[in-house]
Unconditional design. Structure first.
Lengths: 503, 183
């Protein structure tokens, strides 16, 4: 087998080529600011500045509407910041308004040509945005950076899909939700900027549920973008209200590629559209292109569903831990099941974040997220005259059982059981049923959850101990549940101590 | 043609043509390693660029020019591992349905099919195991060197490798059991 592995790897390695232009690209990349001490100090200053501004926002403003903001920072770094409430945020999911924070970097800066955001600014913006994302709690979005005299202007939007339920620790990057209107055929917007060096657009911020970007709109806003300088808002809708799929190329700074790509990807899927996404490295940035199509009537109906309008979407990045899955076969039609999920899931606090039209295999795929940023995926496949539903629940927080997510799924199961069309469960399913189903692997699942120890009596009548194992990287994540005769469930921690009476 | 160590010395003095020389010497190997760990040509291209960028920007810190290749490889593996973890976590569960499984092979699979199956199996390994497999089988590195490169005890490397082999063997044996052939 060793030989076979070697040959396979060698064969795959042979598919790798290096293009003739690779060196020019590399050289362009090396040409980015690196040794310039001033630039480096500015970058460091921006990082510190962003961190201080974020901490200041959280500590001093407490995300209350109104008021002024003062950020105290060490003397060698940006010293002071204050700001007024900018535009009130109209999105119901955002509880706090945007704020402008004026921060003096304490270093001389080069003012970019009028009307252009400089490459340095774009990079600083990306860095600061990432910094803000990684440190803010609750998450803050740095919407824009512009230059006013000797000051940088940072524009933050606090994002509070559910502050009370926010968990610390690793989290997903939120997508900014900055504005929503309900009276026009517009369901999303994105913040774009212009790279003053190349003249290319870039994007750092997008909002949920957008229609496909249309070149006509880009053209329409081009003048405003240039005149306004820095970033601006682009509303993604065709002037005639049509949703014809188009191609769009967006320049994304290297520093923001992770956030940017994920956001766009999710943005498009959030509208129930199917998008082919590709990207390639050009110079010191990445061109990301999306080919958008509405190839399926279901996608059209999804996009037209009010549910999709203005909902916040989150990139599915950082799915780092627990995942459970279950499969069911039901007698209902695909359309019925699809409709059920689309209408019922929001009632349990799950927002649709991704809707993929029916594939050639007859499968619809939906992804939902709740306020705790757990993710539930639903694959609905026509099979044997009925429909097979595969549910996956992914917990966003490493190492923390997400009871609210579990509870939501629990509710879902309970609801399913009440539906006579769900043949597999003529009675109310207990968690034992659930666990047994979870034991099945999703075909091809990369990170399987195994139902390791089926049931073991604990000496108490009809209590079972259930051990689930999720393989992840070098370690296994194990969940132990105790299931009682009436479906009571106790979740145990790794030492076996009882944690939570679950039901 | 200058020897590599001389190119490195010149690079350390800021000589750009030497950068290019080193790039052409190592680019494909770097990209191959990145590809085998991440399984994605596009990501590998980005990682190759990033690895060289990091290497060139810090090349003055390299004390021993002869160690350049190993040092570059270390940077590549570190970046590839990070990208691989991120890539894995970013992919929605629904995107993982396309992975080849033994049951999806045709009944009379040939060696090429089985190689594809094995490649798919390697890609589905946890990142740490996949990295060790690449370093051991493709880069031919001794276990001690892999342990040093990854910053883990040698026993851990052995364990990862063992588990990887077990998984891959299971894939292949399942196929053999189905088809009764040799793999």
């Amino acid at each position: 087998m060793d030989r076979f592995i070697r040959e396979t790897l060698q064969e795959q390695a042979e598919t790798v080529t290096v293009s003739d232009s690779a060196w020019s690209t590399q050289r362009a990349r090396l040409g980015q600011p690196r040794t310039d001490p001033l630039r480096r100090r500015m970058t460091v200053a921006m990082e510190v500045m962003a961190a201080c501004a974020v901490v200041g926002l959280i500590l001093l403003v407490g995300l209350r509407p109104g008021g002024r903001l003062v950020v105290e920072v060490p003397s060698r770094t940006p010293r002071q910041a204050e700001g007024e409430v900018a535009d009130p945020n109209l999105n119901p999911h955002v509880k706090a308004p945007s704020r402008e924070v004026l921060v003096s970097p304490g270093l001389p800066i080069v003012t970019p040509p009028a009307g252009f955001i400089s490459q340095a600014q774009a990079q600083a913006k990306g860095l600061a945005a990432l910094q803000a994302r990684s440190q803010a709690d609750p998450p803050l979005l740095l919407n824009s950076v512009s230059v006013e005299g000797a000051q940088w202007v940072l524009h933050f939007t606090p994002l509070l899909p559910s502050p009370a339920r926010f968990h610390g620790g690793p989290r997903r990057d939120p997508i900014p939700v900055t504005q929503q209107t309900s009276d026009v055929a517009f369901v999303g917007e994105m913040t774009i900027g212009l790279d003053g060096r190349t003249g290319e657009y870039f994007s750092l911020g997008t909002t949920g549920g957008a229609l496909g970007p249309a070149p006509a709109i880009l053209e329409h806003y081009r003048g405003r973008i240039v005149d306004g300088g820095g970033s601006t808002t682009l509303r993604l809708v065709n002037p005639d209200g049509s949703r014809e799929g188009r191609d769009l190329q967006v320049w994304v700074p290297q520093e923001a590629i992770d956030a940017g790509k994920a956001q766009f990807y999710q943005l498009l899927y959030g509208a129930g559209q199917q998008a082919d996404v590709w990207s390639t490295t050009v110079g010191d940035g990445v061109v990301v292109a999306y080919k958008i199509s509405l190839a399926d009537p279901i996608a059209e109906s999804l996009a037209a569903t009010p549910l999709y309008r203005g909902i916040p979407v989150y990139p599915s990045a950082n799915q780092t831990d627990s995942q459970v899955q279950a499969s069911y076969k039901v007698g209902a039609s695909r359309e019925t099941v699809l409709d059920w999920y689309l209408t019922e899931m929001p009632r349990y606090g799950w927002h649709l974040t991704m809707g993929v039209p029916r594939s050639a295999e007859g499968a619809n795929r939906l992804t939902f997220q709740n306020a705790a940023w757990s993710e539930a995926s639903v694959v609905i496949t026509e099979k044997d005259g009925g429909v097979e539903i595969t549910l996956g629940l992914t917990d966003a927080m490493a190492g923390l059982p997400k009871m609210d997510a579990q509870a939501a799924l629990d509710q879902l199961f309970a609801h399913l059981a009440g539906d006579a069309t769900f043949k597999e469960f003529p009675r109310t399913p207990t968690w034992r049923d659930v666990m047994v189903n979870i034991g099945g692997q999703w075909p091809g699942e990369e990170i399987p959850v195994r139902f390791e120890s089926v049931v073991s009596p604990l000496g108490e009548a009809d209590w079972y101990q259930v051990l689930l194992v999720r393989k992840w990287e070098a370690s296994d994540t194990r969940w132990t549940w105790r299931v009682g005769p009436s479906g009571q469930v106790l979740l145990l921690d790794k030492s076996g101590a009882e944690l939570i009476p679950y039901r | 043609v200058l020897p590599e160590s001389e190119l490195v010395r010149r690079c350390q003095s800021g000589d750009e043509p030497s950068f290019e020389g080193l790039f052409h010497l190592h680019a494909r190997r770097v990209k191959q390693t990145a590809f085998l760990i991440t399984g994605d040509h596009r990501v590998a291209e980005e990682l190759m660029q990033e690895a060289f960028t990091q290497a060139f920007r810090t090349i003055t810190q390299l004390r021993e020019p002869a160690a350049f290749a190993g040092w570059l490889s270390q940077i590549t593996v570190r970046l590839a591992r990070r990208a691989s973890i991120r890539r894995s976590s970013e992919r929605a569960a629904t995107d993982r349905l396309a992975i080849l499984t033994p049951s999806s092979l045709p009944s009379h699979a040939d060696e090429s099919d089985r190689r594809q199956l094995l490649w798919s199996a390697i890609q589905s390994l946890p990142e740490s195991q996949r990295t060790v497999v690449v370093l051991h089988y493709y880069e031919d590195r001794p276990l001690a060197e892999i342990a040093n490169l990854l910053g883990v005890p040698q026993g851990t490397v052995k364990s990862w490798l063992h588990r990887a082999r077990t998984t891959l063997a299971a894939y292949l044996s399942e196929d053999l059991a189905r088809n009764g052939g040799e793999g």
